[in-house]
Design a protein. Structure first.
Length: 441
């Protein structure tokens, strides 16, 4: 097989076989296929697309490029959840323990935040002592005892993705839907869960800027999962404004703790998206028969505090100081040198927000990384006071900045002013949830 012929085949719109796709992935990982040929192939995939079968073969070949986690010795349906990345998206820290409290088994590996989106690992590490690097045996022990554990990805999971992503990043091929789907799904399948719920974000703070693209990605990922023998469901949700009101690491853990302490009302967007994701997980695990039953279970385990207990125990088992993981304790972890309110310059309505700019503003305060090597400051970030559609009077607080270092504060404030659009007339607000997607293959 000559790789140049496969590039030509794909660029002519041909369909690659399993053997051809395995040849490509294995050859690239081994270094037999050079970057320039792989770049050319990825551009051909971007332009010509892939069938569901091709995308599944690509996913499987990538998945088998490294370690594959075997969770089969844990009891029950092993559940995982994944978000394509958003701002103020702290659903994992709510849903994972809550589903465990309802009887589910949640074994999840998470990533770090880069750029304007936060990462669950950085949020976990905002609780002192928490160690997100754990040996596989210890990870499973924690899941067995507590029903839930979230840790960092091990070094050997899907090396093909690391190498391909690095190349896509510099060849304008990140946005190919089959390449995104195989990148995400190879990591999810390698992590070993039987059933996976995907939260595909769309809007100004998301990878997928349009709803159409988000649904296309969601459908392809569900079909890949199904063709690979797993249960996968996806929800497409809005990221035209931060999901929760908190944007920052300890600030987002605080919001998750508040939700699990029954201090956030039903109808709140973060609450509703957590319900939706949790409901799908409980239904896939056959713990709940339908959405109404699942919601009732989730709500009951918020109200009786058992979801919060699972979160506290998880921190404890990861070496963290769980005495912070309650409403009182979290206040200590968000203590900063000073707070500053950003206020409205005029009367009107919040007509829209740019979630990416809000995420970037939090990053400038020290909550996120510009490069992989940057350190995050767990306490800093933003607390939003308004959402799209809110009426505003001049002088009203739009958001509060949590500040430890002055560097970057002025830039962050300028960006926030640009990000929160206030105009005269009332506006129609978009729904938080655009739809549920299941496999059609
Ligand atoms: N997230 C991933 O893991 N991979 C992509 O290609 C895009 C988003
Ligand atoms: Ca995330």
């Amino acid at each position: 097989m000559r790789f140049v012929d496969l590039i030509e085949k794909k660029s002519d719109g041909g369909v690659l076989s399993r053997e051809e796709i395995q040849f490509m992935v294995n050859g690239f990982v081994k270094g037999d296929i050079p970057d320039y040929q792989m770049s050319s192939m990825m551009m051909a995939i971007l332009q010509r697309g892939m069938s569901d079968e091709e995308a599944t073969e690509l996913t499987m070949a990538m998945m088998h490029s490294g370690d594959v986690v075997d969770l089969s010795d844990l009891p029950g349906v092993k559940l995982d959840k994944h978000s394509t990345g958003g701002v103020g998206d702290t659903t994992t820290l709510v849903v994972a323990p809550l589903v465990a409290a309802c009887g589910g088994t949640v074994a999840k590996m998470s990533g770090r935040g880069l750029g304007h989106t936060g990462g669950t690992l950085d949020k976990l590490e905002s609780v002192p002592g928490t160690c997100i690097e754990q040996p596989m045996d210890r990870f499973k022990e924690i899941v067995r005892e507590n029903g839930v554990c979230v840790i960092g990805q091990s070094g050997n999971l899907v090396p093909a993705d690391k190498k391909m992503y690095a190349l896509r990043d510099v060849t304008a091929t990140v946005r190919s839907i089959p390449l995104i789907a195989s990148s995400i799904m190879s990591k999810k399948l390698a992590a070993g869960a039987d059933a996976i719920v995907l939260d595909v974000k769309t809007g100004s703070g998301a990878f997928m800027r349009t709803k159409e693209e988000a649904f296309e990605l969601a459908q392809l990922m569900c079909n890949i999962g199904s063709l690979a023998g797993r249960k996968v469901r996806a929800v497409v949700t809005d990221m035209n404004q931060p999901l929760g009101l908190a944007v920052g690491n300890a600030l987002e853990v605080q919001e998750a703790v508040e939700l699990l302490s029954n201090e956030i009302a039903e109808g709140d967007p973060l609450y509703e998206v957590c319900m939706l994701l949790g409901s799908q997980m409980l239904q896939m695990a056959e713990i709940a028969a339908d959405d109404a039953q699942a919601r009732a279970m989730l709500k009951a385990h918020i109200e009786d505090g058992s979801g919060l207990k699972r979160l506290q125990r998880m921190f404890e088992l990861l070496g963290g100081d769980a005495s912070y993981v309650n409403v009182e304790g979290m206040r200590k972890l968000v203590a900063v040198k000073r707070l500053e309110d950003l206020t409205a310059d005029s009367d009107g309505y919040v007509t829209s927000m740019d979630a990416e700019k809000i995420g970037t503003a939090a990053q400038m305060l020290g909550a996120g990384r510009a490069t992989k090597e940057d350190k995050v400051d767990p306490a800093v970030g933003l607390k939003m006071h308004v959402r799209v559609g809110y009426p505003i009077r001049k002088g009203d607080i739009l958001c509060t900045l949590y500040i430890n270092r002055e560097d970057g504060v002025e830039d962050a404030k300028r960006l926030l002013k640009e990000a929160i659009h206030i105009t005269d007339g009332p506006v129609e607000t978009e729904p938080m949830v655009y739809g549920l997607v299941t496999a059609n293959r």
